[in-house]
Design a protein around this ligand. Structure first.
Ligand SMILES: Nc1ncnc2c1ncn2[C@@H]1O[C@H](COP(=O)(O)OP(=O)(O)OP(=O)(O)O)[C@@H](O)[C@H]1O
Length: 357
């Protein structure tokens, strides 16, 4: 396994990029720790594939270096990087059996027959294809073929890293959860450095130790699922993670108060003068409806989603969401909302500002 260092990395698809906007991947410095499982999460077009292709060697960055441990691989071909990749759509040899497909990467490297047999059985068990080992891949469902691709990606124990690019897209929804859990189990067992690209927050949060959130060509936060939930470093992380996402409300900050339309919300910390677009961010889980406490709010709609209720409301002209318990009664006179001060974040031009205790 390897530690992967992205040093001053950036990429533009243009021959002569001018401004920062011309870069599909904006300058990035980061170390991907040896043996950790990362998810690369972001909306379509944010630059996830560009970054993954640079790591795998399919794309040469227009700026910066990439190191596997201390080795500079910036200009090394994919084959020299010793990585395994699983793509969105299955890549299998139709005329070979499932067994031969799984064995291919090992035989290709001259592994001993005994080891190949043992390892193929182990992987087949993991992807639930033990019964199909002697069948030809041709004629199998897309689902089954993608499981073979996943198995082939994972069969070698000596790779520097395992890269997955939306690998569960073609997998049946009920199998997704199972395969994701198996991938996680495999990671715990073998400690591969894994990078898993997805635009699905559930996939990212359940799979990864650390989630790398990308937005508009930039890495906006790298954190544990809990960090992304509690302290989104950028308003995009707040919107994108959570269901529904964080409420973002324009405000003016004075010390430890956030003024919204003349009324104020208490903050747990004090803040100095802030420049630019100033907002507070509070997750729907940390907002509470009541008859007496807090600031006025107009309830528009209540949705019962089973585990809890989502209250859609207007707060001084901003749409906000409030999560109420499944058994909470919401009466017409509950027209006030309060926020848990310890969980109100402050943003200036979309970036979180740290307060002073
Ligand atoms: N070969 C290319 N030539 C020019 N522009 C490209 C090329 N590939 C990607 N882009 C642009 O670079 C930006 C980032 O694209 P990228 O494919 O890395 O995003 P992504 O997050 O992987 O999106 P998706 O989830 O849709 O694959 C987008 O604006 C895209 O249009």
């Amino acid at each position: 396994m390897a530690r992967i260092t992205l040093d001053n990395l950036a990429h533009s698809y243009m021959a002569k990029p001018g401004s920062e906007d011309d870069y599909a991947l904006k300058e990035l410095n980061h170390v991907w720790e040896d043996g950790a499982a990362y998810a690369l999460l972001g909306a379509s077009g944010c630059g996830k594939s560009t970054l993954l292709n640079i790591i795998s060697g399919l794309l040469q960055p227009s700026q910066g270096r990439i190191l596997f441990d201390d080795r500079d691989v910036t200009h090394a071909a994919t084959a020299e990087r010793n990585i395994a990749q699983v793509f969105q759509f299955p890549v299998v040899y139709d005329t070979m059996t499932v067994r031969d497909n799984l064995a291919f990467p090992l035989r290709n490297r001259g592994a001993k027959a005994e080891y190949v047999a043992q390892r193929v059985n182990e992987i087949a068990r993991m992807i639930g294809m033990e019964e199909m080992l002697n069948r030809k891949a041709r004629g199998l469902t897309a689902d089954a073929k993608q499981k073979i691709s996943l198995g082939r990606g994972m069969v070698r124990e000596d790779v520097s890293a395992l890269l997955f690019d939306e690998p569960l897209t073609v997998i049946d929804p009920h199998m997704k959860w199972e395969l994701r859990t198996q991938l996680k189990g495999l990671h715990n067992q073998f400690g591969h450095t894994m990078i898993y690209v997805t635009h699905d927050q559930t996939e990212a949060l359940t799979f990864a130790d650390k989630v790398v959130v990308m937005h508009d060509g930039r890495v906006v936060q790298i954190g544990t699922p809990e960090e992304l939930f509690e302290t989104p470093e950028h308003t995009f992380v707040g919107y994108f993670i959570g269901s529904p996402g964080m409420n973002v409300i324009p405000a003016r900050i004075e010390g430890n108060r956030a003024y919204v339309n003349g009324a104020f919300v208490e903050l747990a910390q004090g803040y100095g003068a802030l420049e630019g677009k100033v907002e507070i961010g509070v997750r729907p889980e940390y907002a509470r409806l009541s008859q007496t406490e807090g600031l006025p709010v107009n309830i528009r709609r209540i949705e019962d989603v089973g585990r809890h209720k989502i209250v859609r409301a207007d707060f001084f002209g901003t749409d906000i969401n409030i999560i109420a318990g499944e058994d909470d009664r919401i009466s017409a006179d509950m027209n006030r909302v309060s926020f848990d001060a310890a969980h109100v974040n402050v943003y200036a031009d979309d970036w979180r500002v740290k307060g002073a205790a």
